[in-house]
Design a protein around this ligand. Structure first.
Ligand SMILES: Cc1cc2nc3c(=O)[nH]c(=O)nc-3n(C[C@H](O)[C@H](O)[C@H](O)COP(=O)(O)OP(=O)(O)OC[C@H]3O[C@@H](n4cnc5c(N)ncnc54)[C@H](O)[C@@H]3O)c2cc1C
Length: 466
């Protein structure tokens, strides 16, 4: 009888439980929080107040792991938007042409997303969830994990396990737990641009069309100024979630006046014009502490029966929107490797190495941008150089006007394609040829989206009055 124990009942924990279901004889999830049984915020998920994009590549992994999940999300009001076809987007190099898009994102509140996944995983009662259970360590030795210790409602407990997955997120104690078993400390790389978020939920004005576009104003890298940007994403129930973001020295304010002013001072005031007409439904919430962290567990002589997944393995600056998708793709790899090597002694090392591969592309995407913000803190041995930044900027500029390049880059960014797809002859040719058209003005870019209807003209009229 195989007993698998998952540490942490967040998104990675639930996706991992889905991967283990039917493969281990018994699956237990230990979660320090109390998980709600409806789409509600919870203490252990403070990021739930901020905007979330589930990338197309992640959505596909969700459905492979738990068939029917995205259908349930759409039925509950989640929105699908093509990138950049269904979102007005300003990159650091200019406004995007509205190309028909192959890449897409699924948009909804994080509370809804987690609720639907949780219901799918726990609904049939085959996975046991133990709430208010704070994991405190691993049992076993440097060669083999045999279980975990935790503080539960009835005091300290030990739970035996044949396979343990750490999905406790960014603040995982696995590095120390492994040291306690006699392993060396895992090597960690970090890149911290000092990103800060401020977010607010709004009810869209009456008459807002169902297919209202998202608005993405990206932060500019590689200048001596902090990066600053803003995003407005349609969610379920006719809601918008607006997130303002800035890097060290450019953090968005959290008071009402400062919030709208920050939105208005971006390259274009469109988000401020839109929220002027919407009804605020929440407080303005801040979030900090979003550094990129990569822990090289695959380089350690990992003990048998133990794997680290999700943010506990690699936590990314959420501005890239890939954490949940990497978690889903990693859980899928775990599932497929268990099918190929059902709980064999070397399974955990094989899985850890495969997860490192899944995580590599998104880490490269981070390297291409985050290390170039002013005041960045990082321990990279080989930091990026200006030619890398120049190449990123050139490609971003071409992507604003070239549908093929735009689709390739957005498919890579949404984890539907590998970075190696930039090596296609068509992509290389477009990169060598460079931009061919002048940049769109803001007015031309906005005019591509009749879905904004009269909301923008109404917004301007309101501002003149005030
Ligand atoms: C502000 C913000 C915005 C984000 N936006 C996006 C986005 O747009 N797209 C995207 O893909 N990703 C986004 N992310 C990242 C995304 O939230 C994570 O990648 C995703 O939640 C997977 O995390 P996880 O389950 O590994 O960890 P977590 O979400 O941190 O979950 C860990 C779970 O473990 C529990 N836990 C912790 N310690 C213990 C313990 N000792 N014992 C028992 N339980 C424990 C916690 O209570 C929690 O439930 C965002 C993150 C932040 C902070």
């Amino acid at each position: 009888m195989t007993h698998a124990v998952v540490l942490g009942g967040g998104l990675t924990g639930m996706l991992t439980a889905a991967a283990l279901k039917g493969r281990a004889d018994r699956v237990t999830v230990l979660e320090s929080d109390v998980l709600p049984d409806s789409p509600q915020p919870r203490r252990g998920l403070p990021q739930g107040h901020h905007n979330h994009m589930l990338m197309g590549g992640g959505a596909e992994a969700f459905d492979k792991l738990i068939p029917g999940t995205t259908e349930l999300l759409y039925a509950a009001g989640a929105q699908r938007r093509g990138l950049p076809g269904d979102a007005l987007a300003l990159s650091p190099e200019g406004w995007f042409h509205r190309h028909p898009s192959e890449a897409y994102v699924l948009l909804c509140s994080r509370d809804l997303l987690d609720h639907v996944v949780r219901r799918q995983v726990l609904g049939d009662g085959t996975v046991e969830l133990v709430g208010s259970a704070k994991v405190t360590g691993l049992t076993g030795d440097a060669t083999k994990v045999t279980g975990v210790t935790y503080d539960g409602e009835d005091g300290p407990r030990t739970l035996e396990a044949d396979f343990v997955v750490d999905a406790t997120g960014r603040r995982s104690k696995s590095p120390q737990w492994l040291v306690d078993l006699g392993l060396p400390l895992v090597h960690e790389e970090y890149i911290d641009g000092g990103f800060a978020y401020a977010s607010r939920v709004y009810q869209a004005p009456p008459g807002t069309p169902e297919d209202f576009p998202g608005v993405l104003l990206q932060a500019k890298t590689g200048t001596d100024q902090p990066g600053r940007g803003a995003a407005l994403l349609p969610n379920e129930n006719g809601r918008w979630i607006v997130t303002l973001f800035g890097t060290r020295g450019g953090e968005p304010p959290t008071d009402e006046e400062g919030f709208v002013r920050y939105a208005r001072e971006r390259d274009h005031p469109i988000i401020a014009d839109l929220v002027d007409q919407a009804e605020p439904l929440s407080e303005i919430r801040a979030y900090r502490g979003m550094a990129n962290r990569r822990l090289y567990f695959e380089k350690l002589p990992m003990p048998r029966n133990f794997v680290v997944l999700g943010d506990a393995f690699q936590a990314l600056n959420p501005n890239h929107g890939t954490g949940m998708s990497v978690a889903a793709q990693s859980a899928l790899v775990l599932r497929d490797l268990i099918d190929a090597h059902p709980f064999t002694p070397d399974l955990s090392r094989t899985v850890q190495a495969a997860i490192a591969k899944v995580s590599a592309g998104p880490w490269q995407l981070v390297l291409g941008t985050d290390q170039f913000f002013p005041g960045v803190k990082s321990n990279l041995k080989r930091p990026g150089n200006p030619s890398q930044l120049k190449m990123t900027a050139r490609l971003a500029r071409i992507a604003t006007e070239n549908a093929y390049v735009s689709n390739t880059l957005f498919r890579i960014g949404s984890l539907s394609a590998r970075p190696s797809s930039m090596l296609s002859p068509a992509f290389i040719w477009a990169a060598l040829r460079g931009p061919r058209r002048r940049l769109l003005t803001a007015e031309e870019a906005i005019a591509q989206f009749p879905e904004f209807g009269d909301l923008l003209t109404r917004g301007k009229a309101l501002n003149k009055k005030n």
